[in-house]
Design a binder for this molecule. Structure first.
Ligand SMILES: Cc1cc2nc3c(=O)[nH]c(=O)nc-3n(C[C@H](O)[C@H](O)[C@H](O)COP(=O)(O)OP(=O)(O)OC[C@H]3O[C@@H](n4cnc5c(N)ncnc54)[C@H](O)[C@@H]3O)c2cc1C
Length: 185
């Protein structure tokens, strides 16, 4: 069969890889490079991602693909570190102690965040599909946590579309990120 694939991002490339053996596949990509959000650019000999990506030790489907492509030996496991840049200062936020010391939120706010993280693992994301993340956070955590923590993160990731992001996405991300395991990301 003759198949056209629109877009050479991760989805398009995986689809092309799966179909190309049996079918006549043509890919249409509007950019001069493949990869979409996963594409990289280089400065001299150094390659860097256009966007920051990471995977977790439980991402089995991704690992199956990486093995199929013969790239397993190139996968590097690093210990991830997280920081929060605010008011000209970079606050490390990787360990529980660093989070406790973080001056931007009160202890009560941090306790509320911790509770939401624990709840996230037990929440069915489908039940939150139609609720905007913004509404969910304001209702459950209040405006201070929203404006000083979540709103800047949503703004930097989604820009002007941040108010359209579903709470289902947010809760799934919190559940995954808080479940990264000892082997890192
Ligand atoms: C900042 C950031 C961080 C992220 N971090 C993670 C992460 O840690 N882990 C994770 O799993 N995911 C992460 N993601 C999400 C991940 O990058 C995407 O889910 C994934 O790359 C989407 O792949 P895609 O093929 O669906 O879309 P895209 O990568 O957007 O590819 C779509 C392609 O279609 C092309 N295209 C669009 N319109 C046309 C057209 N009319 N004609 C021809 N071509 C067209 C585009 O140029 C592009 O190449 C992150 C995304 C961002 C932005």
């Amino acid at each position: 069969m003759k198949i056209g694939i629109l877009g050479g991002g991760l989805c398009g490339l995986v689809a092309a890889n799966a179909l190309a053996g049996e079918h006549n596949v043509v890919m249409f990509e509007k950019m001069p490079f493949l990869g979409g959000c996963l594409a990289s650019y280089h400065i001299d000999e150094y390659w860097i991602e256009r966007y920051y990506h990471h995977c977790f030790s439980g991402d089995e489907q991704l690992f199956t693909l990486i093995r199929e492509l013969g790239l397993w030996d190139k996968l590097e496991w690093r210990e991830g570190s997280t920081g929060y840049f605010s008011g000209g200062t970079l606050y490390p936020l990787t360990t529980p102690l660093q989070i406790l010391r973080w001056p931007e939120l009160s202890l009560i706010d941090k306790a509320k965040l911790a509770l939401m993280t624990l709840r996230a693992k037990k929440t069915d994301p489908l039940s939150l599909d139609d609720i905007p993340a913004e509404t969910y956070i304001l209702e459950h955590l209040g405006s201070r946590i929203y404006s000083s923590f979540f709103e800047p993160l949503l703004r930097s990731k989604f820009g002007k579309n941040r108010s359209k992001v579903s709470a289902a996405w947010l809760i799934s991300r919190i559940a995954i990120r808080s479940n990264r395991g000892a082997s890192g990301e």
